[in-house]
Ligand binder design. Structure first.
Ligand code: 1GP
Length: 248
């Protein structure tokens, strides 16, 4: 069977990928199912499930089971060890590249690695880079967010992530960010990633609420867009954002 990473790579080469993020701390399994089904109808490709705080493993497993019944791939987006469940297809095996805390750089990965193996989850090596606002992920992950005004710093973090072996580079402004990752940061990152010849999948998320922003990020070179809050606050807009991102 095709591995999910290969499928993501193929999807990103054919077009672009939209991810819908569901936080199992905010939504119970039924609500998560409802939200994911709206997102599927709006054209999302992949469901990400995870959050920074309050993840209760049995609820997480039930949420993944319910959401998986919709037929979309489900990737875990864990904030910690409690974000793992064998019910999912894969896990973003992440290093929070600009964390100041060794726990988020190697500690949690060492703890998680044998569990991921035992669960049979496909690990997708991912560099997670916090920009600007940072939100709960930045605070909990003890990140030193890269200022919005320094897209060149974002780009060299992305490049370092690729050179260390990440197949996915995730630029994160933080859930509910008042300002998303600037398109310049995506553009500079894409340029360096392409120049490296490694060309991992470049994903961006946090604070994207309108089609114009989604289009600008796509044109800057993003292969993937993550939205979470939008599906909670304004599901009617979701289809427009996805359409704008994919057909930019
Ligand atoms: C957060 O990037 C995601 O990890 C999604 O952010 O909730 O602001 O869409 P939003």
């Amino acid at each position: 069977m095709e591995r999910l990473l290969e499928r993501l790579k193929r999807l990103s080469e054919e077009n672009r990928i939209h991810f819908t993020l569901i936080d199992p701390d905010k939504d119970d399994p039924e609500e998560a199912y409802r939200r994911a089904s709206i997102a599927r109808d709006a054209g999302t490709d992949v469901i990400l499930i995870g959050g920074s705080t309050g993840v209760h493993e049995p609820t997480l497993s039930e949420t993944v089971r319910r959401v998986k019944s919709l037929g979309l791939p489900v990737i875990l987006f864990p904030g910690n060890l409690n974000g793992l469940t064998p019910e999912a297809d894969a896990v973003f095996f992440m290093v929070l590249l600009n964390s100041m805390d060794p726990y988020y750089l190697t500690g949690v990965q060492v703890q998680a690695a044998p569990i991921v193996l035992r669960m049979g989850l496909e690990p997708i090596p991912t560099s997670y880079i916090i920009v600007g606002y940072g939100g709960a992920a930045g605070y909990i992950g003890r990140a030193k967010p890269i200022p919005y005004e320094h897209p060149e710093l974002v780009a060299i973090h992305a490049l370092a992530g690729a050179m260390m072996g990440s197949k996915v580079i995730y630029l994160e402004a933080g859930s509910g960010a008042p300002k998303p990752v600037p398109p310049e940061a995506v553009m500079y990152s894409k340029k360096l990633l392409q120049a490296s010849g490694l060309d991992p999948i470049l994903i961006v998320g946090g604070g994207v609420r309108d089609p114009e922003t989604a289009r600008a990020l796509a044109r800057a070179g993003a292969n993937g867009l993550v939205t979470g809050t939008l599906a909670e606050e304004d599901p009617s807009k979701l289809a427009m954002v996805i359409e704008a991102f994919k057909n930019a």
